[in-house]
Design a protein around this ligand. Structure first.
Ligand code: CA
Length: 648
């Protein structure tokens, strides 16, 4: 009887809107602005996304193909259930420290022609959609391989894209690609995005006047492969798994899953402007720490000789100079890069670490992740690729007092490689070591998942300013993209702030830096990574104005809050970040003309602050200015220039 009453009640509440057994479903954000609608048409599962009543994604496909059956066609509806989820958490190494996540959820279950079931769990918060496929065990079948994914994104035809190419496998330096180090197409019509290798996550899209979308994925670990966006095909980008040629052709390009199991989260960040894109925490909202930290990891600033002084600096004397530089700057770390095993050696390295410690500097050491998947020749090699060698090495590292590793030259995005990333992180935590990855994939929620993870390159980083004239000429263009794209979803180990006029040891001729000093200082704030290896050189202590060095001494590397103040990807970017009670506001200009900005900075209203900017001749200066009581200030940014405003 009670059951019957409930049934009648629920029927009454739903009946005016939808037939009770409807296969159609909708999930709406807590603030009611963002909605995702689902339906099955002709046996295919489709979804659309609207924001403030405007179309953001047109009817787009969902589904998986597994070696246990096709779940992309011949589908029929089973059931759906709605709920809410929320989570309050703190995180000390991302763009913000206190996060309050609230979402409405929908679990939608369907079956294929073989009557095997699968569900998709959708979580819709105010500006983010996250969803994942949840696979049950099918009778006694408790393992499967996901071979292909049908998940796709159909943008309105007038949308424009900001995308970075997926690199071909086994190309580039020592056959080390793909490593997420290619350029960008910026603001091009989606139909003109023609990379046949597809595009890396994250991808940014402007939906005309309707707003913006950032696509990515999160929660990828040893249990799945990383994915990327396919080439634009028939109006759609789909989620594509790694190229079989990656990792020297070794290992499956699909995903091997234990059942019950789930895919990583596909994420769609949506806004009518760029604020929700820059400020999103969705990569971290839907994942959990996978283990306890073995100690309290300490973040901070470091120096590294390799970036400007290159391979030749891998010797005792030059490393001592960079330890002394770190010490004079009050930095916590030095990163001693490739070739130290041969050129300094293990015994002398122990003494070098003792010297660094005597100057209050701790040490990160470089490692080759190989192994067997590419030709990267730099040592130490064969120390990180097997559990036995790795633990032996890490035992030595712990005894020698090393605090972190930079591991380079990974083999791509296959599950095989995801297992290596996770094994390195997990073992390193057992030995109290932090981990930086280079020559690598995008981190996908790893700041939260792995307590000793610090950051990843996965960007055309500072090294390419030195190696590539084209990248040097486009430095400000790329810098103005990162806050909206790459760095919006994960820590970015860029290795920047180059204050040499020429990007080499002599600093007299050669690779001229085309951006101003203020631009370089601004990137210390614009680019977020909890440990920043800055590209300062010992000569900068005497050939750079003192106020610039003073700024580099005090700039924080961890943040409690991040706010987009102004900007347009590819043109300019202005961000505010708070560390404890101090605000830092920084901007760069990638345009050919000076840029006059009227900035709304309420966090500094009525305050006297330090401005670092560029004059008409693009010389960097500093002065104290007063921000009015409305919190509005006018700033002029020179071409390839920048500025910093900070609390005194
Ligand atoms: Ca690299």
């Amino acid at each position: 009887m009670r059951f019957l009453t409930l049934l009648i009640l629920s029927f009454c509440s739903i009946a005016p809107f939808l037939p009770i057994y409807s296969q159609d479903a909708i999930v709406i954000s807590p603030d009611k602005q963002l909605s995702l609608e689902l339906s099955i048409e002709g046996g295919k599962l489709r979804y659309t996304v609207n924001y403030k009543g405007k179309v953001m994604l047109e009817k787009s496909p969902l589904g998986l193909q597994t070696n246990e059956g096709d779940f992309s066609s011949g589908l029929s509806f089973i059931e759906k259930s709605e709920n809410k989820t929320s989570r309050v958490y703190t995180q000390d190494k991302i763009k913000r420290s206190q996060i309050n996540y609230e979402a409405n959820t929908l679990k939608y279950t369907f079956q294929n022609t073989e009557k095997r079931q699968m569900s998709i769990l959708f979580q819709v918060s105010n500006n983010d959609i996250a969803f994942r496929y949840e696979l049950p065990a099918w009778g006694d079948r408790m393992a499967c391989v996901v071979e292909k994914e049908a998940t796709g994104y159909r943008f309105p035809s007038y949308a424009t894209a900001f995308l970075s190419y997926m690199m071909d496998p086994m190309k580039g330096f020592a056959r080390t690609s793909p490593s997420y180090e290619s350029g960008y197409q910026s603001d091009v019509p989606v139909k003109d995005t023609k990379s046949n290798t597809g595009y890396v996550f994250p991808g940014l899209f402007r939906i005309g006047e309707n707003g913006w979308i950032l696509l990515s994925e999160t929660g990828v670990r040893s249990l799945y492969c990383s994915s990327h966006l396919s080439a634009y095909n028939d109006g759609i980008y789909t989620v594509e798994y790694p190229n079989p040629g990656e990792n020297n052709g070794f290992g499956s390009s699909g995903a091997q899953l234990s059942l019950p199991g789930a895919t990583p989260w596909r994420t769609i960040t949506v806004g009518e402007n760029l604020k929700p894109i820059v400020e999103t925490t969705i990569p971290f909202d839907v994942v959990e720490p996978l283990y306890e930290p073995s100690k309290n990891y300490k973040y901070g600033k470091g120096t590294w000789s390799w970036i400007v002084w290159q391979d030749a600096s891998m010797n005792w004397d030059d490393q001592v100079k960079y330890i002394d530089l770190a010490s004079e700057m009050g930095y916590e770390y030095i990163l001693i890069d490739a070739l130290w095993d041969d050129n300094i050696g293990y015994d002398k390295m122990k003494k070098l670490i003792e010297y660094a410690n005597s100057k209050n500097v701790d040490v990160f050491l470089w490692y080759n992740s190989n192994g067997s998947f590419n030709d990267a020749p730099q040592g130490p090699r064969n120390k990180m690729n097997t559990s036995i060698a790795r633990k032996k090495e890490m035992k030595w590292l712990k005894e020698a007092g090393v605090k972190g590793l930079k591991v380079d030259f990974f083999g791509g995005d296959k599950q095989e490689t995801m297992r290596l990333y996770e094994d390195i992180l997990s073992d390193a935590n057992d030995y109290g070591l932090m981990i930086i990855f280079h020559g690598c994939t995008l981190p996908r929620g790893w700041e939260r998942m792995y307590p000793n993870y610090v950051g990843s390159e996965a960007v055309l980083a500072s090294e390419m300013l030195i190696f590539s004239e084209d990248v040097r000429k486009n430095e400000s263009f790329f810098a103005s993209l990162h806050p909206f794209i790459r760095n919006a979803v994960g820590s970015m180990e860029f290795g920047g702030v180059l204050l040499n006029k020429y990007l080499n040891k002599g600093n007299k001729e050669g690779q001229e830096r085309l951006t101003t000093d203020a631009f370089q200082l601004a990137t210390a704030i614009l680019f977020q990574n909890p440990v920043q290896m800055f590209a300062l050189t010992p000569n900068n202590m005497t050939d750079v104005p003192k106020f610039e060095i003073d700024f580099m001494r005090k700039v924080p590397t961890t943040w409690d809050e991040t706010i987009l103040i102004d900007g347009y990807p590819g043109k300019y970017a202005v961000l505010a970040r708070r560390h404890a009670d101090k605000w830092y506001i920084a901007g760069v200009n990638a345009q050919k003309e000076p840029l006059q900005l009227k900035l709304n900075v309420p966090m500094l209203k009525g305050k006297k602050v330090q401005l670092i900017g560029d004059d008409k001749n693009r010389n960097t200066y500093t002065k104290d200015i007063n921000i009015d009581n409305k919190g509005i200030t006018e700033i002029t940014l020179q071409p390839n220039g920048g500025f910093v405003l900070n609390d005194l």
